[in-house]
Design a protein around this ligand. Sequence first.
Ligand code: BDR
Ligand code: CA
Length: 313
Amino acid sequence: MTRAIVIDTDPGQDDALAILLALAAPEALDVRGIVAVAGNVPLPLTQKNACRLVDLSGRDDVPVYAGCARPMVRDLITAENVHGNSGVDGYDWPQTKTPLQDQHGVDFIIETLMHAGVGEITLCTLGPLTNIAMALVKEPRCVRGIREIVMMGGGFFEGGNTTPAAEFNILVDPHAAHVVFTSGATLTLIPLDVTHKALVTADRLAAMAALGNETGKACAGMLSYFNRHDVEKYGSQGAPLHDPCVIAYLLKPELFSGKKIPVQIEISDGLTLGMTVMDWWGTTTEAPNCTVMRHIDADGYFDLLTTHLARLP
Ligand code: BDR
Ligand code: CA
């Protein structure tokens, strides 16, 4: 049976590969919609990039919505230094064909959850949590339609990647993250502790470039661009491929391992704003609210990704 999902995203080259992976797996995932949020680049670009990815995949049955243009409280932080001015630099994108839906992305999320059966919809979040938090604030009853929220964000043992304490997706909108982490929904988090083990090495990049389809060409181009920043920053063999982990977790959960623990978000201003405070060792009496992944079979992950990308045009 297929699993119904909504992808909330700020593409982003790694978001791009996550979206393509999901769209390449129709036998497992019923993608009800893609909702853009401001993050890596401003909303007008993330919504355009989501449409570009639907075009590339040939899946014109999947609707694209625009959500929130800024975080709930703070000013928007973007990451053009990582992703380039378009967010998906590294490929020569043709004119966009997929139209943007008229309905606001937050209303689409609410409507989808309210019309679903109890625990039917999985929300896959690849960017700041603004749209999901806004939906939970606007219509708290919609939580009943959520099966699970699977998120890329945060970091604990690895620290942060945008400040020493905070990862980008959580730091951009810590207040939204706080709303989500206190919502009572079933939460799964894939933090930097996992994604920093999933590097786009030269061999893995070559395997994508060799696919022979336009998708392989686009992915190899985007990831070559994406690699340059992180290789310089971390001195590693390649950039961590963060966001496709969320979709890979749905397709093959045995690639990941972790445990359910209490997670709280630091929303006070100061050095640790946006930190995902994880009680990994059970030092508090807080109730566990999130399954946090810590390990990944990186070779299995890249095999899954490459074999699925081969299916696309
Ligand atoms: C996250 O931040 C963004 O730059 C990436 O797309 C990913 O979602 C990693 O910290
Ligand atoms: Ca992202």
